[in-house]
Design a protein around this ligand. Sequence first.
Ligand SMILES: C[S@@+](CC[C@H](N)C(=O)[O-])C[C@H]1O[C@@H](n2cnc3c(N)ncnc32)[C@H](O)[C@@H]1O
Length: 273
Amino acid sequence: MNPHLLTTFCALLESNAGISLDLSKEYLIKARLDPVARNNGFTDCEQLLQKLVSSPLEALHWTAFEAMATHETLFFRDSYPFEMLRETVLPSLIAARKASKQLNIWCAAASTGQEPYSLAMLLQDFEAQLQGWSIKILATDISATALDVGRKGLYSKLDTSRGLTKEQIARFFTRTEGDAYQISSKLRSLVEFRTLNLITPWFMLPKFDLILIRNVLIYFNRVHRDLVLNKIHQQLADEQSYLMLGSSESIFSSDSYQAVRIGRGSVYQWSRR
Ligand SMILES: C[S@@+](CC[C@H](N)C(=O)[O-])C[C@H]1O[C@@H](n2cnc3c(N)ncnc32)[C@H](O)[C@@H]1O
C-alpha cells in the first residue's frame, strides 16, 4: 500500500484514538480494515484509506478506528489481579468506606464487558458485608460496538469457557437460545456501559475508589500514556483509592503514584511523597 497513505492514516488514528502504529504494522492495518472497506462499498483497503485521509472526521473514521483497536479480553484475565482484589484491595476498600457505604469502580477500557462483570462476580463474595451499600461499576470504552455486547451481557460458550468455572457459569448466567449465555440481571444492574475516549477531555465523571485501566495503555505512545495517567490520578477519590493496570504494564517514573506490592503483583495509590 502507498506508504504516504498509511503514515497519514496512522497519524489520524493516533491523534484521535491514541492508538500508536507504524508502517511495520501494514499487515495488521490491512487485515483489520479490509472488512470495513468491503462493508462500506470500497473496492479495497487502499481506497478506504484514500477516503479517510482526504475527508473531515465522520462516522466512517470512527468505524475504522474501532476496527484498529484490539478488543481481546476474558473473564478474570490473568487470574492473579483478581486474587489481589479479592484478598487485599476489596477488603481494604470496604473497611475504608464503611462510613459512607459507597463503592465507585471504573473499568476504563472495558471492551465487551468481561472485566467489569468479573468484578461484579467478585463483589458477590462480599454480599453479606455490602448489604445496604451503593455499589456502582462504570464500564467505558472507545468502541460502542464492544460496549453493546457488554450491555446485553450475552456471551458464547467459548467466551464463558475462558476464565470461568462451571460453578460460576451456573451461578451467574442463564442459558439462552442459540447456545448463548446471558449474565444475570442482578450483575447487569451493577454495571453501566458508556462510551468514553481516554485521550479526549472527560466530562461528568465522579471520583472512584478503584480504577482498572488494563491492557490499553500499551497501545499508546508515552505522551498519551502520561496524559491518561495524570487524568486518572485526579479521578481517584483519595489516598485509600486504588489503580490497577494490566499484568504487563507498570508506572515507572511518576511522582504522583506509588506502587503497592501485593505478593507477586502490584497496584497503585497516590504517592505519599
Ligand atoms: C485489549 S482490550 C482490554 C480489555 C480489558 N481491559 C482487559 O484487560 O481484558 C483494549 C480496549 O481498549 C479500548 N481502547 C483503545 N483505545 C481507546 C481509547 N482511546 N479510549 C478508550 N478505550 C480505548 C479498545 O476499544 C479495547 O476494547
